[in-house]
Ligand binder design. Structure first.
Ligand code: ZN
Length: 226
């Protein structure tokens, strides 16, 4: 049986492969996960979709590298600040899909216009700066903007999604981009009709069921494994 750290690393590499195959990440972007002892596993400063098991690094809660060959990402402070502010968050994805950048600069934010967007019905705040998150001070500002939500857009830059397990993170990461894409497509056709609060609340009731993400995640993973 794989030890828990190796198992987590394997899941992280698979998640990165899915994100790469779906063209959700490119040269940039990063994925991290929190270990029970507070240390973090992170993709290093390299294209996340090209990361292999041996490339993953372990950093402390302040972002200092403890194990591994690669270097931490430049935006590591965003991860460490969010983990400190949100004890419930166990993994974080940061990426730059065109759809999220476009919505972040529209002044509208994410609207729940499709069922893949209901995870975000409580709102997706926008961090109002394109400057990269290179310091703890900026990391804390992103964490404060995220608040208790599961995603934050960074104006003209990208998005950051958080979850308490990797399956949920992968689902949120893919669904946020998809709902943004549908929002952009529908915007060209005329005014948008959004899901009501009651409709969203009714739908997310089922999201906490065990294995609710299994079918979704299995589909995408089956696309990247032989
Ligand atoms: Zn970025």
């Amino acid at each position: 049986m794989l030890d828990p750290i190796e198992s987590l690393k394997t899941k992280m590499v698979l998640a990165c492969k899915v994100l790469q195959q779906q063209r959700i990440v490119d040269v940039y972007g990063h994925l991290s996960a929190r270990l029970p002892d507070g240390r973090l596993i992170s993709t290093p400063h390299m294209p996340p979709g090209k990361v292999a098991l041996r490339d993953l690094i372990i950093i402390d809660s302040d972002g200092k590298k403890l194990e591994g060959f690669g270097e931490p990402n430049g935006d590591t402070a965003m991860h460490t600040s969010i983990y400190k502010a949100r004890p419930d968050v166990q993994c974080i994805l940061h990426y730059h899909p065109d759809e999220l950048v476009a919505v972040s600069i529209s002044g509208q934010g994410i609207k729940v216009v499709a069922n893949c967007g209901v995870h975000f019905y409580r709102g997706t705040p926008i961090y109002d700066s394109p400057v990269l998150i290179r310091t703890e001070e900026l990391g804390d500002k992103v964490a404060a903007t995220l608040g208790d939500r599961n995603a934050v857009l960074l104006r003209g830059h990208g998005g950051t999604v958080v979850a308490n397990d990797l399956d949920t993170l992968l689902r949120l990461g893919l669904d946020l981009v998809r709902t943004a894409r549908i929002q952009i497509m529908a915007s060209t056709l005329g005014p948008l009709k959004t899901h009501s609060q009651a409709e969203c609340e009714q739908m997310v009731k089922f999201h906490d069921r065990p294995n609710t993400n299994r079918r979704f995640v299995d589909y995408y993973i089956s696309e990247v494994v032989d």
